[in-house]
Design a protein around this ligand. Structure first.
Ligand code: KIV
Ligand code: ZN
Length: 389
């Protein structure tokens, strides 16, 4: 796959591989198949379905996801050895569009683990990428911990992987160490320096240890990356991975300065977020961007009043764009009369001004005692007032 459309960013979802690696996030076989189906339907270009050598269960899940995929490329992960790569191919080969993703840690700390010197590791990369390419014409290669790998060595191994047949070069920020400007420069410099770089797609794979995964991924795209690796809800090891919903909506909302397109149907984001949260057991924090419970909720009187007059006053995207039916006006002690009137209207009550004033006084008394006033509380307030008259 080469960059034919320079503004198209490929979305590579790794919820089922890197996301599922999160301690405690294990999903059942059927849950993995369901999530893969939803990702495919939403327009994810590539689904990293698992790590086939890791377990029988992973192998079976990747195989079945590959058999059932309609549109997405199905990718499996493999370490840099023939056994992993063969096992990965056995699982992904059932897909109409299969991909093998093979990786090795290239930073000094990671080279020390298999105890390979630079030359030995370079040979290993050449052999394993060539082997993967003999099996599959869509091969992704990753130098794990790329952002802490010496610049000259990184250029050298990326060039070897391209020559051996890799079609996508992924540059992982494995420990969430990089910063947005650096991330952009790294990709730009690699594309300018490494021979053959314009023949492949560069990908960005960021972790969120410093809370910069989304910014780093978008920085990398500014530098020329055209594949973002991400997960639903930012699920992933430690502080997680780049959140799919954040990068996709950032590009959609700020297309003026980030003129890059994806193939994602964003109206399916909220449903996917909720399903991933349920099956992984990882709750989404209420103030999480895009998919948090409060992302489209307004409580303060000034905000609610503004929202009722013109939603753009306090919202930069429409709830419908991410699959919510409407903005949520949360009724609490900061809410004003206009919001109360609108909420009661939604509940089927159109009150005269004097009735509204009465309910408003009692609503404020209640809101002082309760964090949130629910629809049933409001109905009770209106009914009590009506009974007394
Ligand atoms: O974070 C990482 O480096 C990875 C690789 C396997 C791509 O997940
Ligand atoms: Zn990762």
């Amino acid at each position: 796959m080469t960059n034919t459309d320079k503004d198209r960013v490929v979305i590579f979802d790794t919820t089922l591989r890197d996301g599922e690696q999160s301690p405690g996030a294990t999903m059942t076989h059927d849950e993995k198949l369901e999530i893969a189906g939803l990702l495919d339907e939403m327009g994810v270009d590539i689904i990293e379905a698992g790590f086939p050598i890791a377990s029988e269960g992973d192998f079976r899940a990747v195989t079945e996801i590959a058999q059932n995929a309609n549109n997405s490329v199905i990718c499996g992960l493999a370490r840099a050895n023939f056994k992993d790569i063969d096992r990965c191919w056995e699982a992904v080969k059932h897909a109409e569009k299969p991909r093998i993703h093979t990786f090795i840690g290239t930073s000094p700390l990671h080279r020390a683990i298999p105890n390979l010197n630079q030359d030995e590791m370079a040979d290993r990369i050449h052999e394993t990428v060539s082997h993967a390419r003999d099996l599959c014409d869509n091969v992704q290669w990753s130098p794990m911990d790329a952002t802490r790998t010496e610049w000259d060595y990184l250029c050298r191994v990326v060039e070897i992987a391209i020559k051996a047949g890799a079609t996508t070069i992924n540059i992982p920020d494995t420990v969430g160490y990089t910063a947005p400007v650096e991330s952009a420069d790294l990709i730009r410099n690699l594309i300018e320096t490494v021979p053959g770089a314009d023949e492949v797609i560069f990908a960005t794979h960021c972790h969120n240890d410093l809370g910069m995964a989304t910014a780093n991924a978008l920085g990398a795209v500014a530098g020329g990356a055209r594949q973002i690796e991400c997960t639903i809800n930012g699920l992933g090891e430690r502080a997680g991975n780049t959140a799919l919903e954040e990068v996709v909506m950032a590009m959609k909302v700020r297309g003026d300065i980030m003129p890059w397109k994806t193939g994602i149907d964003t109206t399916k984001l909220m449903h996917l977020s909720r399903r991933v949260s349920t099956v992984s057991g990882f709750q989404v924090q209420p103030n999480k961007a895009i998919v948090g419970k409060n992302a489209f909720a307004h409580e303060s009187g000034i905000h609610q009043d503004g929202m009722l007059k013109n939603a753009e006053t306090f919202e930069i995207m429409r709830p419908e764009d991410v699959g919510l039916t409407e903005t949520n006006l949360v009724m609490g002690k900061h809410s004003g009369r206009a919001a109360l009137r609108a909420k009661l209207k939604d509940l089927g009550y159109e009150l005269a001004d004097n009735q509204l004033n009465d309910v408003f006084v009692r609503f404020k008394e209640l809101a002082d005692r309760k964090k949130e006033v629910y629809d049933d509380d409001l109905i009770a307030l209106v009914s009590t007032g009506a009974d007394e008259e």
